[in-house]
Ligand binder design. Structure first.
Ligand SMILES: [Zn+2]
Length: 363
């Protein structure tokens, strides 16, 4: 019986050795990818770590990913470590391997941010950067309200007024889509998709080619937090309905699976998502990707924390009392304190991993 809350960590610096020790104890082959673009808040060097289990030429591979959105790595790291300590690798069928990716965006994890070191939302960064970027007129209209000059009562009131006017016209989900769907026009804004592939983007592609090129069936589970009811893990399949991988995901996860394009998800339709890399880098494999999205707080509370964190890094002072308060709020919105939420995370993760392994076995 695994002690679930103890599998989670309060910082990247705590999570990294905990993951590596649990992976080594479970017999994993470890790999470390150094991110040269800066350090963590304690001066620590930043690594993406991987752990591999099962036959090196396994045709079937389970892939668990933590920390695509930095701060959300508290959740994914805890789930991965719980799976390791619970004996997950030993329970895999003989023909099935597993690849765990820990801190895909180590900078964001270390600094309690969703974004990478270049202020990029990694889950909007996997577009074709040689083509014209998708337009987001809603974001343009909201950009000044999203990043005000100052973070005070007056600017909060003004932002509230602008958001309410937008909501009256386009609805609350319309507002959420304009803000969070992804934008390529404001590098100092939020949900910015970048102008080129980030370090994490290039690295996850290299990992896919190195560790998964012999696989024929790949089940990807990417851990996220911040949308939906507290502690509930929504299984989001963000490939278009009609794609073969969509039908496979539906067969594996049933009606538990939701679809942004199908209008059944709490998530807006987003472009350039990270899991697209696996089908692109593994053309001979059948890739079945989902994101597991754990609810924390309400959408306005979560979006407000993201906005505040962006303001803090663009215009504020990290060392100030306000800076520390905004950081504490950011962490809580994506990683609620207390045992209950963490126990719910693992219960749903265990169930979902079980469905993925069953799906791989079927085929
Ligand atoms: Zn996320």
């Amino acid at each position: 019986m695994v002690m679930v809350p103890a599998c989670f960590s309060e910082s990247y610096a705590e999570a990294r050795p905990k993951f590596c020790e649990a992976a080594a104890a479970a017999g994993g082959v470890l790999g470390s990818w150094f991110n040269p673009n800066g350090r963590g808040p304690g001066g620590e060097r930043l690594f993406l770590d991987t752990a591999r289990f099962g036959p090196m030429d396994a045709e079937k591979m389970l892939v668990l990913i933590a920390g695509t959105h930095g701060v959300e790595g508290h959740c994914g790291s805890g789930a991965e470590i719980a799976w390791l300590r619970d004996g997950g690798p030993a329970k895999l069928p003989a023909d099935t391997g597993a690849l765990l990716i820990h801190a895909l965006n180590p900078h964001g994890f270390a600094w309690t941010r969703r974004v990478t070191e270049d202020n990029v939302d990694l889950n909007r960064n996997f577009v074709d950067h040689d083509k014209a970027y998708p337009a987001n007129d809603g974001y343009r209209a909201l950009a000044d309200a999203i990043l005000p000059a100052a973070w005070d009562e007056a600017s909060r009131t003004e932002t509230e007024r602008v958001f309410q006017a937008f909501t009256q016209k386009h609805g609350a989900f319309g507002l959420q889509g304009a803000i969070s769907g992804g934008q390529y026009s404001h590098p100092d804004g939020i949900f910015f998709g970048g102008r080129k592939p980030t370090w994490s983007n290039r690295t996850v592609r290299a990992i896919a080619r190195q560790d998964l090129s012999r696989a024929r069936h790949v089940a990807v589970i990417d851990f996220h937090t911040g949308l939906g009811p507290f502690g509930h893990g929504e299984l989001i399949c963000a490939v278009p309905p009609g794609a073969r991988s969509f039908d496979r995901a539906r067969a594996w996860y049933g009606d538990e699976m939701t679809s942004p394009e199908g209008g059944t998800s709490t998530s807006a339709i987003v472009v350039g998502i990270m899991t697209d890399a696996f089908s692109q880098e593994l053309p001979d494999a059948e890739v079945t990707p989902i994101a597991i999205e754990y609810g924390t707080y309400s959408v306005p509370e979560v979006l407000n924390a993201v906005r505040a964190d962006n303001w803090l890094h663009q215009r504020g002072d990290l060392g100030s009392a306000l800076g520390r308060a905004l950081k504490a709020d950011m962490k809580e919105r994506f990683f609620p304190a207390g045992d209950k939420w963490r126990e719910m995370v693992w219960a749903r993760a265990e169930q979902t991993i079980g469905w993925a392994v069953k799906g791989l076995a079927a085929g």
